[in-house]
Design a binder for this molecule. Sequence first.
Ligand code: NAD
Length: 378
Amino acid sequence: MRIGVPREIFTGEKRVATVPDVVTKLVKLGFEVVVEQGAGELADLSDAAYTEAGATIAPNAAALWSGSDIVFKVRAPTPDEVALMHEGQTLIGFLWPAQNPELMQQLAAKKVTALSIDALPRTLSRAQKMDALTSMAGVSGYRAVVESANAFGRFFNGQITAAGKVPPAKVFIAGAGVAGLAAIGAAASLGAIVRANDTRAEVADQVVSLGGEFVKVDYEEEGSGGGGYAKVMSEGFQAAQREMYAKQAKECDIIITTALIPGKPAPKLITAEMVQSMKPGSVIVDMAAEQGGNCELTEPGKAVVKHGVTIVGYTDLASRMARQSSTLYGTNLFRLTEELCKTKDGVINVNMEDDAIRGLTVIKNGEITWPAPPLVVA
Ligand code: NAD
């Protein structure tokens, strides 16, 4: 079968769904690979590198889509892209079925099969190698620290120099899931003093193992909402949490917020008053900007200065490290392809008896199969 990789057309998107190293592996697995001209350009991957790895180059999107049995994408296809699809084709990418009901109908009408990588059952341990949400969150958490360092006018590490003593920066991370833990590791490795909080007490040990200090809210309430995710906390907890965050805002130089609750708007954790209380030159990176923001003053997609504090609300952190994220994403899709092609003969089998495959198959031959039934844990 032929796997096609189009150029991403979403404005500002620099990632690409496969990289030359992965092309080589796909070819070994028996597939042909065709890449649209210029698809990797914004991730510093040339057409020549893809052809050396064994791919052919399609001159435009129409040729790419019409000549592919399977299409690897990063972003969900636009209506124009869906129009290029044909019956029997398989699409793999971040489709976000809950947020995109119209796209689901359009794809079903085209009688295609669609695998949404964001719908992978992440709690299955054998699914971890395919978990693109985790790899993208890891890149984004690291990049959030890089963005904060760029906007911050001082060192992260403490230094004793001939010109005087410099104290280490204090970084506070709100939410210690995948992105938050990556941010803790990156900020600690730059030498900052790192503190973190999460409503799920179980992450405290992970925070410490990455070089951070876990700061508890002075209120007894368990924050796990099932499946490793958070729940909406009680009013009492939220009030106690605001009190603790207000103290951290005054003391810390940098705040990175990553707090999300599945299916809900991002919890508002940093008030305008807290921003006002921060030292001039402080920085907030709000990784929840796209879901409404954890900070009241965040403007999604922008970096703004308010009360002397830079508030970064970029929603494309993974794309800002396009080569790294494309490599990790491409590898996740390769691992998925291996699962789909156990026979190693370049032919995929979307086996609905397999828990991992069932979970992410949102349309099978034109029939909407999302959401998958809950996993039965043996
Ligand atoms: P996420 O992006 O949904 O949320 C980010 C973090 O914000 C979470 O840790 C959450 O607890 C926290 N949060 C939510 N509301 C908060 C609040 N009011 N105050 C402070 N923090 C708040 O989560 P994620 O990073 O995608 O992953 C969440 C969990 O799932 C992690 O524990 C992760 O290890 C786990 N996970 C497990 C697997 C697996 O089992 N294979 C795979 C991926 C992720």
